[in-house]
Structure formats: structure tokens, C-alpha cells
Design a protein around this ligand. Structure first.
Ligand code: ARG
Length: 488
């Protein structure tokens, strides 16, 4: 099995029927205790190298640090250390070049690399595993991997958020209908709507930072479960691997995967947000809304209907939300009822977790590329805002300022809207005489509040939709974005 063909790690692809016993394949890592070799089907069934080989860099990094620490405490000598370093460097290059021969018989990324090291440098390779177990090794590898994954996702999320700010700035005064129940409610500015997306995704970015801080603790030193009798110095390894602290309890260090659950939870929430945005884009691009258009490069056509231009990217991200939820549920269920400490169940953490990493990175990237490029049809947005009596609340508020109780004002405006529906006429288009027919509190200044601009401009407090308020929100957003992931 080569690294270019990772699919051959499946039992079927390995040509294993579950019956054969191959003495030659006796696992050298624990051969001593066993009187027969692992059943070939079981060997393939229990292997994880097909999917955990993606942690090879972290595994090698962890081994380098462990070897350096063992040398400092006198368990390895400098000759061993030099050989281990050179061997690991060569193996890393081989893997990166796609020339490493991954073997299902060696079960996972850890034993594959260790066996390759021993094959290259002899006994020093065998000494590397002193004071260490695959249990603390894999827990360390995943945390290192997830630290990078958090950083990569945060970078894409930051790029997406940065791209929203100019879009909001350009459209700080672009008027569209705001909706509740998907019915026209009150006019808002499109910039304000974009800044709502910003808030949602900024929290997602903060959550990634929270998760990264909590997971950046080092399990190494916990060994199998109880720690080790060698005089290890965990602070040396911690520093070399840039962990903030060591895991305080060896049983917990090797067994919990709550950080993976957190990441999958963050991903599920973020995809939920992206899916809501996607839904809006899909609706808005339809002939029924015509609020926006997406550049052709984010769309595909139909093989049968020549007129079609489909918003595939938002639809696909909306669809990927399902797998993000599924991965979270897989991991929650995986961990439930597991007694301390390590159990083989934990090997099942990787596929859902890695899938969530890939899904989050891909979806954020697609949105970071696409959202700043959406084309806004300002005239259509404005016409839709004019259509649905969106300034009715403004008329009611006006009447309250003129002395009516709000419930009475609500009633008056309801009658005016009913009149407008009968005559297909917006409130702003009615004459003063007609309006005064509903209440003689209405005067000529009513038209200041009935216009769309009057309506949005009146909401100029922090968090309001007025263009001036949106511009101030954008200013504050720049500073908030700068410290959202890694507060200084
Ligand atoms: N491949 C294993 C995993 O992913 C590594 C740890 C195995 N440890 C053990 N004692 N079987 O969890």
C-alpha cells in the first residue's frame, strides 16, 4: 500500500477474506505475548493507517521532541538522537514525496513510522518508544493536528469576515426589505444585513479560539494511562511542541476527546450559519426575488434547460451542514459510556473529525471567495421594500409622538394599510387628505417618516439599521476582528 493509494487499506481492497493466517505478518510490536498472528481480516479491520496517515507530520514532530527529552534526561545518548533525527527527517521527506510504503499490517501511522525508522537506523529506532505509549502519542498527534486545523479555519474565517466589511460599507445605505416570517417587515439597509452575517461568523471565529486554547495541552508523558517510571521531564517536551501546558491527569490525557467534539460542534454551528446565508443567497438569486446575482464562476448550468444558472456553491454548503451535524453526533455517541482510560473505540474519532475539518475549511473558503463578489440589484431591493407597507411601523410611531397611545396608533395604521391594499397604493404615495382621513393627528411632516430613507435613518442607535449606524458598526468591527481569535 503506497501513500498515493490510501484506499487499498480497506479489508476488501487488501484482498483479505478473514480466514487466512499469515505467520509472516506476525506483528513485531507485540509479537512476544502472542502465539498466533492476527487474523488477516481483523488486521485490516482494526487498522487506521488509511486515515490517520494524514497526521504523519505531527507524529514525527512529537517523536523528535520525545527523543530530545529522552536524551536530556540520559535515557538516550547523542548518537541515538542524531540517528533518530536523521531517520525521521528522511521518512518525512519520503512521505511528502509520496514514496512511503504504508502498511496495513502495521496498523496505524505511529507504528508505520516507527517500523520505518527502525528499518533505517536499527536499535536506536526501537529505543524511541521508551516512556511513551501509542495512547499518549495519538492523543498528542491529534491535538497538534487540531491546533493547526483551528489556525487554518480561523485564517479562512478571518478572510471571509474581512471580505464582508467592504461589502457592508458599499451598501451601508442600500435599502431592502427586512423580513420576519419571510414577510416584508420593515426597511433595512443591505449593509446592516451583511453586518448581521458578520456578527454570526465572528462568534464562530471566537469559538475556534476558545477551542484552540483548551486543546493546547500536552498529553505526552501520560504513556499508556498511568504515566511512566522513567524520570521524564514533560516541560521539555511541552516547550518543544509549543503547548501552553501539560495535561494534569494521565488517565484523562489519553482518553478524552472532548476537544474533538468541541471542534465538530464549532463546525456544526458555523455550517448552520453558512447554511442560513446560503439559503438567503439562493432565494435572492431566484426570479421571484432578483435581489442579487452571483458571478458565473460560482454557478453551474443545466444540461437540459439552457436558461438555467444555478447557485451550486451556496446549495452545496447548505447541504454539507448535514454531514457536519452527523460528525458531531458520531463523536458524542462515540465518547458516551467509555470507561477510563483509553479504549480502541477512540480510533473512530478521526474520520468524523477530519471530515469536519475538511468541510469547514472548504465551506469557509468558498464563501470567502464568493460573498465579496455578489452583485447587488439595488433597484429591485428598493422596489421590494416599497411594496410591502414596510414603513407602517414608522407611521404608528409617528402617531404616538403626536399623542396617540400605541395600540390606537396600530389600529389607525391598520386601516390605512387596508386602504392601500384595496387601491394598490403605498402609504408614502397617499395624499395628505387621504391620510388625515384615518387620523387628524397626521400632518405634512408625516412624509419624512413614510419614506424608506426616513425609516432607516431614524434607527441610528448602536445596532440599528441607519447608514450612519452601520458605518460606525463597520469601524468597530475592524478592531473586534483583530482580537477575536487570539486576544493579545
Ligand atoms: N490507532 C490508535 C488510535 O487511533 C492508536 C492508539 C492505539 N493504542 C492501543 N493501545 N491500541 O487510537
Amino acid at each position: 500500500m503506497s501513500s498515493k493509494d490510501s484506499s487499498s487499506g480497506t479489508p476488501a481492497a487488501a484482498g483479505v477474506d478473514g480466514q487466512g493466517k499469515d505467520k509472516a505478518a506476525t506483528n513485531t510490536q507485540w509479537g512476544g505475548r502472542f502465539s498466533e498472528s492476527t487474523d488477516q481480516f481483523v488486521q485490516a479491520f482494526t487498522a487506521s493507517v488509511q486515515f490517520d496517515q494524514r497526521m504523519y507530520r505531527q507524529d514525527i514532530e512529537g517523536s523528535r521532541a520525545h527523543a530530545a527529552m529522552l536524551t536530556r534526561i540520559g535515557v538516550l545518548d547523542e548518537t541515538d538522537l542524531t540517528a533518530i533525527r536523521q531517520g525521521l527527517d528522511a521518512i518525512e521527506k519520503e512521505i511528502e514525496a509520496g514514496n512511503f510504503d504504508w502498511s496495513v499490517a502495521l496498523e496505524d501511522v505511529h507504528m508505520n513510522i516507527e517500523a520505518a525508522l527502525t528499518a533505517r537506523i536499527g536499535d536506536a529506532g526501537k529505543r524511541l518508544h521508551t516512556g511513551r505509549s501509542r495512547n499518549d502519542q495519538v492523543a498528542t498527534d491529534i491535538r497538534l493536528y487540531m491546533r493547526d486545523a483551528c489556525d487554518a479555519a480561523a485564517a479562512e474565517c478571518t478572510r471571509l469576515l474581512e471580505g464582508l466589511l467592504p461589502l457592508a460599507q458599499t451598501h451601508a445605505a442600500t435599502i431592502m426589505p427586512g423580513f420576519t416570517h419571510l414577510q416584508t417587515a420593515q426597511p433595512v439597509t443591505f449593509g446592516h444585513h451583511v453586518m448581521a452575517w458578520f456578527e454570526m461568523l465572528l462568534r464562530d471565529l471566537e469559538r475556534l479560539g476558545d477551542t484552540r486554547r483548551r486543546l493546547n495541552r500536552m498529553p505526552l508523558g501520560a504513556a499508556a494511562l498511568a504515566g511512566t517510571s522513567y524520570p521524564i521531564d514533560r516541560q521539555i517536551t511541552r516547550e518543544l511542541l509549543h503547548f501552553d501546558a501539560v495535561c494534569e491527569n494521565s488517565l484523562d490525557a489519553v482518553s478524552d476527546r472532548d476537544f474533538a467534539i468541541e471542534f465538530c460542534s464549532n463546525t456544526a454551528i458555523c455550517l448552520m450559519h453558512l447554511s442560513r446565508i446560503a439559503e438567503e443567497l439562493v432565494l435572492w438569486m431566484s426570479a421571484q426575488f432578483r435581489f442579487i446575482d452571483l458571478p458565473d464562476r460560482f454557478c453551474t448550468g443545466s444540461s437540459i434547460m439552457p436558461q438555467k444558472k444555478n447557485p451550486d456553491v451556496p446549495e452545496l454548503v447548505r447541504g454539507k451542514t448535514g454531514r457536519a451535524y452527523g460528525n458531531l453526533m458520531s463523536l458524542l455517541t462515540l465518547m458516551k459510556s467509555q470507561p477510563l482510560a483509553y479504549n480502541k473505540d477512540n480510533q473512530e474519532d478521526k474520520e468524523p473529525l477530519f471530515d469536519s475539518v475538511d468541510t469547514l475549511l472548504g465551506s469557509l473558503r468558498a464563501f470567502a471567495d464568493m460573498l465579496p463578489a455578489i452583485q447587488v440589484r439595488e433597484a429591485e431591493m428598493r422596489a421590494a421594500a416599497r411594496d410591502g407597507f414596510s414603513t407602517a411601523t414608522d407611521l404608528a410611531d409617528y402617531l404616538v409622538r403626536k399623542g396617540l397611545a400605541f395600540r390606537d396608533a396600530h389600529e389607525v395604521v391598520g386601516l390605512a394599510v387596508a386602504h392601500g391594499i384595496r387601491h394598490s397604493q403605498d402609504l408614502a404615495d397617499m395624499s395628505l387628505e387621504v391620510l388625515r382621513g384615518f387620523s387628524d393627528h397626521i400632518e405634512a411632516d408625516v412624509f419624512d417618516v413614510l419614506t424608506l430613507e426616513g425609516s432607516v435613518n431614524a434607527r441610528s442607535h448602536i445596532g440599528g439599521t441607519a447608514p450612519a449606524a452601520v458605518k460606525e458598526a463597520i469601524e468597530r468591527a475592524r478592531g473586534r476582528l483583530a482580537s477575536a481569535y487570539m486576544p493579545n
